[in-house]
Ligand binder design. Structure first.
Ligand code: PLP
Length: 429
Protein backbone atom coordinates (compact mmCIF):
# COMPACT_ATOMS: atom_id res chain seq x y z
CA UNK A 1 0.00 0.00 0.00
CA UNK A 2 2.99 2.28 -0.45
CA UNK A 3 3.45 4.61 -3.39
CA UNK A 4 6.96 3.42 -4.18
CA UNK A 5 8.64 6.56 -2.88
CA UNK A 6 8.34 5.49 0.73
CA UNK A 7 5.27 7.71 1.11
CA UNK A 8 2.17 6.01 2.54
CA UNK A 9 -0.77 5.81 0.12
CA UNK A 10 -4.15 7.49 0.62
CA UNK A 11 -5.58 4.15 1.65
CA UNK A 12 -2.85 3.39 4.14
CA UNK A 13 -3.00 6.82 5.76
CA UNK A 14 -6.78 6.90 5.89
CA UNK A 15 -6.96 3.45 7.44
CA UNK A 16 -4.36 4.42 10.02
CA UNK A 17 -6.44 7.51 10.79
CA UNK A 18 -9.53 5.43 11.41
CA UNK A 19 -7.63 3.77 14.25
CA UNK A 20 -7.17 7.01 16.16
CA UNK A 21 -9.85 9.35 14.73
CA UNK A 22 -13.47 8.09 14.68
CA UNK A 23 -14.23 7.29 11.05
CA UNK A 24 -10.84 8.75 10.10
CA UNK A 25 -12.29 12.24 9.77
CA UNK A 26 -12.89 15.38 11.81
CA UNK A 27 -16.08 16.31 9.95
CA UNK A 28 -18.31 13.41 9.05
CA UNK A 29 -19.00 14.14 5.35
CA UNK A 30 -15.29 13.80 4.56
CA UNK A 31 -15.48 10.04 5.09
CA UNK A 32 -17.15 9.53 1.64
CA UNK A 33 -19.97 7.46 3.20
CA UNK A 34 -22.50 9.22 0.98
CA UNK A 35 -20.66 8.53 -2.29
CA UNK A 36 -18.68 5.35 -1.71
CA UNK A 37 -14.94 4.76 -1.86
CA UNK A 38 -12.26 6.20 0.38
CA UNK A 39 -11.18 9.82 0.67
CA UNK A 40 -8.02 11.24 -0.88
CA UNK A 41 -5.71 12.49 1.86
CA UNK A 42 -4.56 16.00 1.05
CA UNK A 43 -0.87 16.89 1.24
CA UNK A 44 -1.06 20.44 -0.11
CA UNK A 45 -3.07 22.82 -2.23
CA UNK A 46 -2.55 25.84 -4.45
CA UNK A 47 -5.04 27.95 -6.38
CA UNK A 48 -7.71 25.65 -7.87
CA UNK A 49 -5.75 22.45 -7.12
CA UNK A 50 -5.26 20.02 -4.26
CA UNK A 51 -2.63 17.27 -4.30
CA UNK A 52 -3.08 14.05 -2.38
CA UNK A 53 -0.29 12.28 -0.50
CA UNK A 54 0.41 10.15 -3.59
CA UNK A 55 1.13 13.30 -5.62
CA UNK A 56 -2.09 13.12 -7.62
CA UNK A 57 -3.56 16.51 -8.55
CA UNK A 58 -7.29 17.33 -8.48
CA UNK A 59 -9.12 20.43 -9.60
CA UNK A 60 -10.83 21.32 -6.35
CA UNK A 61 -14.48 22.38 -6.37
CA UNK A 62 -14.82 21.86 -2.60
CA UNK A 63 -12.62 24.81 -1.59
CA UNK A 64 -13.09 23.94 2.08
CA UNK A 65 -16.88 24.13 1.61
CA UNK A 66 -16.59 27.73 0.54
CA UNK A 67 -14.12 29.04 3.11
CA UNK A 68 -11.36 29.41 0.51
CA UNK A 69 -12.87 31.81 -2.02
CA UNK A 70 -9.58 33.22 -3.37
CA UNK A 71 -8.18 29.78 -4.16
CA UNK A 72 -5.75 27.82 -2.00
CA UNK A 73 -2.59 29.39 -0.61
CA UNK A 74 -3.43 32.76 -2.13
CA UNK A 75 -0.32 34.96 -1.79
CA UNK A 76 -2.23 37.76 0.01
CA UNK A 77 -3.50 35.32 2.65
CA UNK A 78 -0.21 33.52 3.08
CA UNK A 79 1.63 36.83 3.51
CA UNK A 80 -0.94 38.08 6.04
CA UNK A 81 -0.74 34.88 8.09
CA UNK A 82 3.05 34.85 8.04
CA UNK A 83 3.29 38.49 9.07
CA UNK A 84 0.77 38.00 11.87
CA UNK A 85 2.29 34.79 13.20
CA UNK A 86 5.61 36.36 14.17
CA UNK A 87 3.75 38.76 16.46
CA UNK A 88 2.24 35.91 18.45
CA UNK A 89 -0.72 33.66 17.91
CA UNK A 90 -3.19 34.58 20.67
CA UNK A 91 -3.15 36.97 23.62
CA UNK A 92 -6.42 36.95 25.51
CA UNK A 93 -6.67 40.74 25.07
CA UNK A 94 -8.19 43.11 22.49
CA UNK A 95 -6.25 43.69 19.24
CA UNK A 96 -6.38 46.26 16.44
CA UNK A 97 -7.00 43.60 13.81
CA UNK A 98 -10.22 42.25 15.34
CA UNK A 99 -11.50 45.84 15.43
CA UNK A 100 -10.59 46.22 11.74
CA UNK A 101 -12.33 42.98 10.73
CA UNK A 102 -15.48 43.88 12.68
CA UNK A 103 -15.41 47.33 11.05
CA UNK A 104 -15.02 45.86 7.56
CA UNK A 105 -17.96 43.49 8.11
CA UNK A 106 -20.07 46.31 9.50
CA UNK A 107 -19.21 48.66 6.60
CA UNK A 108 -20.17 46.10 3.95
CA UNK A 109 -23.23 44.57 5.62
CA UNK A 110 -25.39 47.47 6.66
CA UNK A 111 -27.60 45.49 9.07
CA UNK A 112 -24.49 44.74 11.18
CA UNK A 113 -24.08 47.83 13.32
CA UNK A 114 -22.03 45.75 15.74
CA UNK A 115 -20.14 42.49 15.30
CA UNK A 116 -18.85 39.89 17.79
CA UNK A 117 -16.12 37.54 16.50
CA UNK A 118 -15.79 33.90 17.49
CA UNK A 119 -14.32 30.63 16.21
CA UNK A 120 -16.80 28.82 13.96
CA UNK A 121 -20.11 29.09 12.19
CA UNK A 122 -21.54 26.68 14.74
CA UNK A 123 -20.53 29.00 17.58
CA UNK A 124 -22.10 31.89 15.68
CA UNK A 125 -25.48 30.21 15.26
CA UNK A 126 -25.56 28.94 18.84
CA UNK A 127 -24.70 32.45 20.06
CA UNK A 128 -27.39 33.97 17.83
CA UNK A 129 -29.98 31.63 19.35
CA UNK A 130 -28.96 32.53 22.91
CA UNK A 131 -28.86 36.22 22.03
CA UNK A 132 -32.30 36.17 20.40
CA UNK A 133 -33.77 34.33 23.38
CA UNK A 134 -32.09 36.65 25.85
CA UNK A 135 -33.13 39.79 23.99
CA UNK A 136 -36.77 38.82 23.51
CA UNK A 137 -37.27 36.88 26.73
CA UNK A 138 -38.88 34.13 24.62
CA UNK A 139 -37.75 30.55 24.04
CA UNK A 140 -39.09 29.31 20.71
CA UNK A 141 -36.94 29.30 17.56
CA UNK A 142 -38.24 28.50 14.10
CA UNK A 143 -35.95 26.86 11.52
CA UNK A 144 -36.48 25.40 8.05
CA UNK A 145 -36.34 21.78 6.98
CA UNK A 146 -33.17 21.21 4.96
CA UNK A 147 -31.36 24.30 6.23
CA UNK A 148 -28.15 23.62 8.15
CA UNK A 149 -26.80 25.75 10.96
CA UNK A 150 -23.84 23.72 12.21
CA UNK A 151 -23.52 21.24 15.03
CA UNK A 152 -25.43 23.00 17.79
CA UNK A 153 -28.02 21.07 19.81
CA UNK A 154 -30.93 23.52 19.65
CA UNK A 155 -30.72 23.62 15.84
CA UNK A 156 -30.22 19.90 15.27
CA UNK A 157 -33.92 19.17 15.11
CA UNK A 158 -35.56 16.76 12.71
CA UNK A 159 -38.06 18.08 10.19
CA UNK A 160 -41.24 16.40 9.04
CA UNK A 161 -42.60 15.77 5.55
CA UNK A 162 -43.84 19.18 4.43
CA UNK A 163 -45.39 19.94 7.81
CA UNK A 164 -44.33 21.87 10.88
CA UNK A 165 -42.77 19.71 13.59
CA UNK A 166 -41.72 20.62 17.10
CA UNK A 167 -39.13 19.14 19.41
CA UNK A 168 -37.81 16.10 17.54
CA UNK A 169 -34.04 15.55 17.99
CA UNK A 170 -32.21 15.35 14.65
CA UNK A 171 -29.40 13.16 15.96
CA UNK A 172 -28.57 10.86 18.84
CA UNK A 173 -27.20 12.76 21.79
CA UNK A 174 -29.58 15.69 21.52
CA UNK A 175 -32.05 15.45 24.42
CA UNK A 176 -35.65 16.22 23.52
CA UNK A 177 -35.44 19.12 25.96
CA UNK A 178 -32.78 20.80 23.84
CA UNK A 179 -35.13 20.97 20.84
CA UNK A 180 -38.44 21.21 22.74
CA UNK A 181 -38.68 24.87 21.69
CA UNK A 182 -37.35 24.35 18.16
CA UNK A 183 -39.97 24.29 15.42
CA UNK A 184 -39.03 22.99 11.97
CA UNK A 185 -41.14 24.24 9.07
CA UNK A 186 -40.93 23.80 5.26
CA UNK A 187 -38.51 26.09 3.37
CA UNK A 188 -39.93 28.77 1.09
CA UNK A 189 -43.23 29.02 2.96
CA UNK A 190 -43.77 31.85 5.41
CA UNK A 191 -44.98 30.29 8.69
CA UNK A 192 -47.60 31.96 10.84
CA UNK A 193 -45.86 32.91 14.08
CA UNK A 194 -47.09 33.82 17.53
CA UNK A 195 -45.64 35.75 20.41
CA UNK A 196 -43.75 32.76 21.81
CA UNK A 197 -41.20 33.02 18.98
CA UNK A 198 -37.80 34.54 19.79
CA UNK A 199 -36.30 34.10 16.33
CA UNK A 200 -36.69 32.74 12.85
CA UNK A 201 -33.35 31.44 11.60
CA UNK A 202 -32.95 30.93 7.88
CA UNK A 203 -30.36 30.36 5.17
CA UNK A 204 -31.38 33.21 2.83
CA UNK A 205 -30.12 31.04 -0.03
CA UNK A 206 -30.31 27.40 1.01
CA UNK A 207 -26.93 25.83 0.24
CA UNK A 208 -27.00 22.66 2.32
CA UNK A 209 -29.81 20.83 0.44
CA UNK A 210 -28.23 21.46 -2.92
CA UNK A 211 -28.64 25.11 -3.84
CA UNK A 212 -32.21 26.40 -3.46
CA UNK A 213 -33.21 29.99 -4.16
CA UNK A 214 -35.58 31.83 -1.84
CA UNK A 215 -38.97 32.06 -3.57
CA UNK A 216 -40.22 35.52 -4.48
CA UNK A 217 -41.65 37.10 -1.33
CA UNK A 218 -40.27 34.47 1.06
CA UNK A 219 -37.58 36.56 2.78
CA UNK A 220 -39.75 39.69 2.74
CA UNK A 221 -42.61 37.64 4.15
CA UNK A 222 -40.41 36.37 6.99
CA UNK A 223 -39.38 39.96 7.76
CA UNK A 224 -43.02 41.07 7.92
CA UNK A 225 -44.15 38.08 9.99
CA UNK A 226 -41.28 38.54 12.48
CA UNK A 227 -42.18 42.22 12.79
CA UNK A 228 -45.82 41.35 13.36
CA UNK A 229 -45.08 39.22 16.45
CA UNK A 230 -41.88 40.91 17.66
CA UNK A 231 -39.55 38.02 16.78
CA UNK A 232 -36.00 38.51 15.51
CA UNK A 233 -35.09 37.52 11.96
CA UNK A 234 -31.70 35.81 11.82
CA UNK A 235 -29.99 35.23 8.47
CA UNK A 236 -27.45 32.41 8.59
CA UNK A 237 -24.98 33.76 6.04
CA UNK A 238 -22.14 31.42 7.01
CA UNK A 239 -22.00 30.29 3.37
CA UNK A 240 -23.55 33.25 1.54
CA UNK A 241 -21.80 36.04 3.47
CA UNK A 242 -19.12 37.69 1.31
CA UNK A 243 -19.69 34.97 -1.31
CA UNK A 244 -22.79 36.01 -3.23
CA UNK A 245 -22.29 39.76 -2.93
CA UNK A 246 -20.32 42.39 -1.00
CA UNK A 247 -23.28 42.69 1.34
CA UNK A 248 -24.26 39.01 1.33
CA UNK A 249 -27.64 37.52 0.43
CA UNK A 250 -29.39 40.27 2.41
CA UNK A 251 -28.03 42.84 -0.07
CA UNK A 252 -28.88 40.67 -3.07
CA UNK A 253 -32.52 40.29 -1.93
CA UNK A 254 -32.74 43.62 -0.10
CA UNK A 255 -34.13 42.24 3.15
CA UNK A 256 -32.70 43.43 6.48
CA UNK A 257 -32.36 40.82 9.24
CA UNK A 258 -31.92 41.70 12.92
CA UNK A 259 -28.96 39.35 13.30
CA UNK A 260 -26.59 37.69 10.82
CA UNK A 261 -24.21 34.80 11.37
CA UNK A 262 -20.96 34.52 9.42
CA UNK A 263 -18.12 32.00 9.07
CA UNK A 264 -16.25 30.42 6.16
CA UNK A 265 -15.16 33.32 3.86
CA UNK A 266 -14.52 35.83 6.67
CA UNK A 267 -11.65 33.70 8.00
CA UNK A 268 -9.76 33.35 4.74
CA UNK A 269 -9.57 29.60 5.39
CA UNK A 270 -8.84 29.83 9.12
CA UNK A 271 -11.30 28.98 11.92
CA UNK A 272 -13.71 31.85 12.49
CA UNK A 273 -17.32 32.83 13.07
CA UNK A 274 -19.18 36.06 13.77
CA UNK A 275 -22.56 37.39 14.81
CA UNK A 276 -23.52 40.84 13.65
CA UNK A 277 -26.69 42.88 13.94
CA UNK A 278 -28.68 45.75 15.29
CA UNK A 279 -26.82 47.66 17.98
CA UNK A 280 -29.71 47.36 20.44
CA UNK A 281 -29.74 43.57 20.12
CA UNK A 282 -25.95 43.14 20.06
CA UNK A 283 -25.59 45.15 23.25
CA UNK A 284 -27.53 42.44 25.06
CA UNK A 285 -24.31 40.39 24.87
CA UNK A 286 -22.00 40.30 27.89
CA UNK A 287 -20.27 42.36 29.22
CA UNK A 288 -22.90 45.02 28.35
CA UNK A 289 -25.95 42.83 28.74
CA UNK A 290 -27.11 39.62 30.40
CA UNK A 291 -26.44 37.16 27.51
CA UNK A 292 -23.14 35.37 28.10
CA UNK A 293 -20.58 34.86 25.38
CA UNK A 294 -16.84 34.17 25.67
CA UNK A 295 -14.03 32.46 23.75
CA UNK A 296 -10.35 31.88 24.57
CA UNK A 297 -9.33 32.24 20.92
CA UNK A 298 -12.17 34.54 19.79
CA UNK A 299 -10.93 37.35 17.53
CA UNK A 300 -7.77 35.34 16.97
CA UNK A 301 -4.90 37.41 15.53
CA UNK A 302 -4.03 34.94 12.75
CA UNK A 303 -7.64 34.23 11.72
CA UNK A 304 -8.49 37.93 11.64
CA UNK A 305 -5.35 38.65 9.59
CA UNK A 306 -6.37 36.00 7.05
CA UNK A 307 -9.96 37.22 7.04
CA UNK A 308 -8.95 40.83 6.45
CA UNK A 309 -6.67 39.76 3.60
CA UNK A 310 -9.53 37.80 2.01
CA UNK A 311 -12.03 40.64 2.35
CA UNK A 312 -9.39 43.02 1.00
CA UNK A 313 -9.31 41.08 -2.27
CA UNK A 314 -13.11 40.81 -2.52
CA UNK A 315 -13.92 44.00 -4.40
CA UNK A 316 -17.32 44.38 -6.13
CA UNK A 317 -15.86 43.47 -9.56
CA UNK A 318 -14.64 40.17 -8.09
CA UNK A 319 -18.28 39.22 -7.43
CA UNK A 320 -19.16 40.02 -11.05
CA UNK A 321 -16.34 37.74 -12.15
CA UNK A 322 -17.38 34.95 -9.75
CA UNK A 323 -20.96 35.23 -10.98
CA UNK A 324 -19.87 34.90 -14.61
CA UNK A 325 -17.68 31.91 -13.75
CA UNK A 326 -20.49 30.22 -11.79
CA UNK A 327 -22.76 30.47 -14.82
CA UNK A 328 -19.97 29.22 -17.11
CA UNK A 329 -19.29 26.25 -14.83
CA UNK A 330 -22.97 25.33 -14.62
CA UNK A 331 -23.32 25.61 -18.41
CA UNK A 332 -20.32 23.41 -19.16
CA UNK A 333 -21.43 20.77 -16.66
CA UNK A 334 -24.94 20.90 -18.15
CA UNK A 335 -23.56 20.47 -21.70
CA UNK A 336 -21.28 17.60 -20.68
CA UNK A 337 -24.10 15.72 -18.95
CA UNK A 338 -26.59 16.37 -21.77
CA UNK A 339 -24.10 15.09 -24.37
CA UNK A 340 -23.63 11.86 -22.42
CA UNK A 341 -27.34 11.42 -21.67
CA UNK A 342 -26.73 11.77 -17.92
CA UNK A 343 -29.79 13.49 -16.42
CA UNK A 344 -28.65 16.30 -14.14
CA UNK A 345 -29.40 19.96 -13.52
CA UNK A 346 -27.10 22.68 -12.24
CA UNK A 347 -29.09 25.50 -10.64
CA UNK A 348 -27.16 28.74 -10.12
CA UNK A 349 -28.21 31.12 -7.35
CA UNK A 350 -25.89 34.08 -7.03
CA UNK A 351 -22.37 32.65 -7.11
CA UNK A 352 -23.50 29.26 -5.81
CA UNK A 353 -23.91 26.26 -8.10
CA UNK A 354 -25.92 23.15 -7.19
CA UNK A 355 -26.04 19.66 -8.69
CA UNK A 356 -29.38 17.85 -8.92
CA UNK A 357 -29.22 14.37 -10.44
CA UNK A 358 -32.29 13.00 -12.19
CA UNK A 359 -35.19 14.62 -14.02
CA UNK A 360 -37.75 17.09 -12.76
CA UNK A 361 -37.96 20.74 -11.79
CA UNK A 362 -35.37 22.53 -9.63
CA UNK A 363 -35.97 21.93 -5.92
CA UNK A 364 -37.82 24.56 -3.86
CA UNK A 365 -37.68 22.86 -0.45
CA UNK A 366 -36.29 19.77 1.25
CA UNK A 367 -39.08 17.50 0.02
CA UNK A 368 -38.22 18.30 -3.60
CA UNK A 369 -34.45 18.46 -2.96
CA UNK A 370 -34.59 14.88 -1.63
CA UNK A 371 -35.76 13.69 -5.04
CA UNK A 372 -32.20 14.04 -6.31
CA UNK A 373 -30.85 10.64 -7.38
CA UNK A 374 -28.17 10.02 -4.75
CA UNK A 375 -26.84 6.89 -6.47
CA UNK A 376 -26.42 8.83 -9.71
CA UNK A 377 -24.63 11.60 -7.83
CA UNK A 378 -22.28 9.02 -6.32
CA UNK A 379 -21.49 7.64 -9.78
CA UNK A 380 -20.85 11.14 -11.17
CA UNK A 381 -18.76 12.08 -8.13
CA UNK A 382 -16.55 8.98 -8.46
CA UNK A 383 -16.19 9.45 -12.22
CA UNK A 384 -15.21 13.11 -11.79
CA UNK A 385 -12.69 12.17 -9.14
CA UNK A 386 -11.21 9.54 -11.45
CA UNK A 387 -10.92 12.30 -14.07
CA UNK A 388 -9.13 14.57 -11.60
CA UNK A 389 -11.95 16.83 -10.43
CA UNK A 390 -12.96 16.85 -6.76
CA UNK A 391 -16.61 17.59 -6.00
CA UNK A 392 -18.00 17.53 -2.46
CA UNK A 393 -18.63 13.93 -1.30
CA UNK A 394 -22.36 14.41 -0.78
CA UNK A 395 -25.36 14.96 -3.04
CA UNK A 396 -26.61 17.97 -1.04
CA UNK A 397 -23.49 20.15 -1.08
CA UNK A 398 -22.89 23.19 -3.26
CA UNK A 399 -20.15 23.51 -5.85
CA UNK A 400 -17.80 26.31 -4.83
CA UNK A 401 -16.36 28.48 -7.56
CA UNK A 402 -13.43 30.66 -6.59
CA UNK A 403 -10.83 33.01 -8.00
CA UNK A 404 -8.59 30.03 -8.74
CA UNK A 405 -11.02 28.69 -11.35
CA UNK A 406 -9.76 30.54 -14.41
CA UNK A 407 -11.09 29.96 -17.93
CA UNK A 408 -8.25 27.49 -18.52
CA UNK A 409 -9.23 25.51 -15.42
CA UNK A 410 -12.91 25.64 -16.43
CA UNK A 411 -11.96 24.19 -19.84
CA UNK A 412 -10.17 21.33 -18.07
CA UNK A 413 -13.28 20.75 -15.94
CA UNK A 414 -15.40 20.65 -19.11
CA UNK A 415 -13.19 17.99 -20.71
CA UNK A 416 -13.16 15.93 -17.50
CA UNK A 417 -16.94 16.27 -17.09
CA UNK A 418 -17.61 14.97 -20.63
CA UNK A 419 -15.61 11.81 -19.95
CA UNK A 420 -17.01 11.49 -16.42
CA UNK A 421 -20.64 11.79 -17.51
CA UNK A 422 -20.12 8.96 -20.03
CA UNK A 423 -18.39 6.88 -17.38
CA UNK A 424 -21.27 7.47 -14.94
CA UNK A 425 -23.87 6.53 -17.56
CA UNK A 426 -21.99 3.26 -18.24
CA UNK A 427 -21.69 2.51 -14.53
CA UNK A 428 -25.37 3.12 -13.88
CA UNK A 429 -26.57 1.16 -16.96
C1 PLP B 1 -20.93 25.63 7.42
C2 PLP B 1 -22.18 26.18 7.95
C3 PLP B 1 -22.38 26.38 9.33
C4 PLP B 1 -21.41 25.86 10.36
O1 PLP B 1 -20.16 26.52 10.31
P1 PLP B 1 -18.88 25.78 10.94
O2 PLP B 1 -17.79 26.80 10.83
O3 PLP B 1 -18.67 24.54 10.13
O4 PLP B 1 -19.21 25.48 12.36
C5 PLP B 1 -23.51 27.05 9.75
N1 PLP B 1 -24.43 27.47 8.86
C6 PLP B 1 -24.29 27.29 7.54
C7 PLP B 1 -25.32 27.83 6.60
C8 PLP B 1 -23.18 26.61 7.05
O5 PLP B 1 -23.07 26.37 5.74
Amino acid sequence: MCTGRGVPSNTELFRRSTDVIPGGVNSSIRAFRAVGGEPYVVARAEGPYVWDVEGRRYIDLVQSYGAVILGHAHPAITAAITAAAVDGTSYGAPTPREMKLATTISERVSSCEQVRLMNSGTEATSTAVRLARGFTGRDRVVIFHGNFHGATDALLAAGGSGVATLGLPGTAGVPSGAVAETMVVPYNQVPTLDESVAAVIVEPIAANMGVVAPAAGFLDGLRAECDRVGALLVFDEVITGFRVDTGGAQAKYDVTPDLTTFGKVIGGGLPIGAVGGRREVMQTLSPLGPVFHAGTLAGNPIATAAGLAALGELTPDVYMELLARSHRLAALLRDACAAAGFPARFPVVGTLVGIVCGDGPDPVDFESAKRTDEAAYGAFFRAMLAEGVALAPGAYEAVFVGLGHTDEVLADIAAAAERAAHRAVTELA
